[in-house]
Write a protein that binds this ligand. Structure first.
Ligand code: SF4
Ligand code: SF4
Length: 297
């Protein structure tokens, strides 16, 4: 079984219990305007150019068989429509300023990469987290890999947007120890505007997981002028309140660390000129609102 990933992140301590290795799957069915992993949107490989690493030798422009790389004011400009992602320029680039994002990997190969981390999982109570992108778009691959991990007594977690059928979720239930999902906004209208998708199915799936007492961590990425109001957080808390004893709920502060990725991939970033990090004080004020609901810690 083969799947497509963008990268692995080792030694993560924010994506489930203990020390974890996170597998980022390529391809997503949402388009959150604040996304800090835009390289996971397309399910196809993409060429990426990191400007800071470029020494302007222009080797790539002379070698590209598609003439997809031009030099404008000494800068590399890639025509992503012409680029076939053949990888010739990445091999020729002396500084690794160019790379292909997205690789196909088998479950066996992925296991070989993760096996090295077993001592960390065992000593910390950690494990494997499948993230993305949207992992459930590659359901069969994810299912086979997580089943494999479970058989080896490794803790498994999945970060999903839950914008999928209940049947798909049900298929994965036996091989996932912890579900993690976002509740980005309670309003369907806002959700459609900011993510490009409706949230009815997401809310329904959260309810069903919570009713069944499936281990679930819900998170809200708090974005300035999108959902950083008391009213918004209160609506989400009230929606989750009937299940407070069954689920955990957290707020995460928005940051702009992922912004340079948009330029490096030739992707537009609608928020570039308008959004900055969410101030810590604001996040702390909103976090205090959660106390009265007694969500599971
Ligand atoms: S990946 Fe291939 S087609 Fe694309 S810019 Fe590089 S050399 Fe040209
Ligand atoms: S080959 Fe690499 S270092 Fe040279 S111009 Fe192209 S991207 Fe920059």
């Amino acid at each position: 079984m083969k799947g497509r990933i963008t990268s692995l992140q080792r030694m993560s301590i924010h994506d489930g219990p203990g020390i974890r290795t996170v597998v980022f799957m390529k391809g997503c069915n949402m388009r959150c305007k604040w996304c800090h992993n835009p390289e996971t949107w397309s399910s196809n490989p993409q060429i990426q150019h990191i400007g800071e690493k470029c020494i302007h030798c222009h080797t790539c422009a002379s070698i590209c068989p598609q003439k997809a790389i031009q030099i404008e004011a000494e800068q590399i400009v890639i025509d992503h429509k012409k680029c076939t992602v053949c990888g010739i320029c990445t091999d020729a680039c002396p500084t690794q300023a160019l790379s292909v994002v997205g690789r196909t990997i088998s479950t066996d190969e992925l296991w070989k990469e993760l096996e090295k981390d077993l001592p960390f999982f065992r000593s910390s109570g950690g494990g494997v987290t499948i993230s993305g992108g949207e992992p459930l778009l590659q359901k069969e691959f994810v299912k086979e890999f997580l089943k494999f991990c479970r058989e080896r007594k490794i803790h498994t977690a999945i970060e999903t947007n839950l914008s999928t059928s209940w049947e798909t979720i049900e298929e994965l239930l036996p091989c996932v120890d912890l579900w993690m999902c976002d509740c980005k906004t309670y309003s369907s209208e806002k959700h459609r505007y900011w993510t490009g998708t409706d949230n009815h199915i997401v809310l329904q799936n959260i309810q069903r997981l919570a009713e069944k007492r499936i281990p679930l961590l819900v998170r809200t990425p708090v974005i300035p002028e999108v959902n950083d109001t008391e009213e918004e957080i209160e609506s989400i808390c009230q929606f989750l309140a009937p299940y407070a004893g069954n689920i955990s709920y957290e707020l995460l502060g928005f940051h702009t660390l992922g912004f340079p990725k948009y330029d490096s991939l030739g992707m537009p970033n609608e928020l570039k000129e308008t959004k900055g990090d969410l101030p810590k004080e604001r996040l702390n004020t909103l976090k205090k609102m959660l106390a009265k609901y007694h969500f599971k810690s």
